[in-house]
Design a protein around this ligand. Sequence first.
Ligand code: PLP
Length: 392
Amino acid sequence: MAGSEIFGSEEIKAATDVIERKMIHRYGSHDIRGGIYRAEEFEAAAREISGAKYALALSSGTAALITALKGIGTEPGDEIITSPFTFIATVEAIVACGAIPILGDLDETLSLDPASAERLISPRTRAIMPVHMFGAATDMDKFTALGKKYSLPIIEDACEVVGGTYKGRALGGIGDVGAWSFDPNKTLTVGEAGMLFTNDRDIWFKMDCYHDHGHIHSKEHDRGAEGKFGFGVNYRISEIQGALGTVALKKLPQALAALRAAKKKIVEAGEAAGLTPRPMHDAEGDTASHVIFILPSAEAAKKFQKAAKEAGSGCGIISENTWHYAKHWKALEEMGGKEYFGGRTPSYAPETMTQAEGLLSRAVLFGLNIKMSGDEMEKMTAAIQSGAKAAL
Ligand SMILES: *Cc1c(COP(=O)(O)O)cnc(C)c1O
């Protein structure tokens, strides 16, 4: 799903233009930049897709998640409920704020189960952070209701699902705050960047200031003379990322169409061979970056994987995925069961994740590319058929 495969002359032109004008900073120099603000154009394009009132570009998805947590007022010792099946950045963002990650169970779509999130709510809970993994939405209606019931903000980690939807609404634009990523492994990339969305002016203002050393951004004043709001960091993007991002978002419909067409063919071949695709809360909104089949048992998944590999197309078993499953994160396990900013961390021992393990050990995963050759498609299909034959 790496978006650099669709780089072309448009990106070269967009980046070159910024370099030729020597106007690399997204803020300041208002009198000499000719009214050109590429980062703002990127934000405007993203905002339009998201349907949210405010969009803020940041230097990475991780930076976006940290800034989102700061924006809703997360303090050291607060608890943030999230999923054990996510990229480690979700948990790193929580830890970077001195907050405590609380990991829930998964539902049958491999998303954070809203019922398990509700059971984990405590007086220390500051937010719930569902993660839309590998293209598919979590149960956002239930999370929205949960947020209302307990007056807790819902932060969508939508880093992997730029362009994905849930009941017609853009992922990232539904929760109190939502984050996208444009890192080199995502559907669209600008090298590195993230994007935040919110409808809340106060949250937006805090995030906007925090991500740039507390600057209160204004075009009325020179940079440095605009006033400050608290401490911040530097999670800005440059005008080059802004220019590339605007081009990338123009290519989003074509990228999604290609991924969805490829996925449809592959899933149909799998179903014809008797396989069960990962169920989804809204299959229409799937970004189709991955194909997942759920096997009847962990043993069957292993057999599937072996046969698929022999047929020429490797697949992963998600429970073995060291990037995306908390069971494998030593740093997390080491912080388990300790005093922590006046709170206490739960045990993050792998044995505590048996519910997730039961699902993820049965899930086999193929990644798709925007540009897939006929040969790649045939190989993947043949591998899936061999896998099914061996496993079912
Ligand atoms: C990629 C990703 C992130 C982090 O994004 P970066 O831009 O790489 O920092 C966060 N959460 C999830 C679920 C991701 O897949």
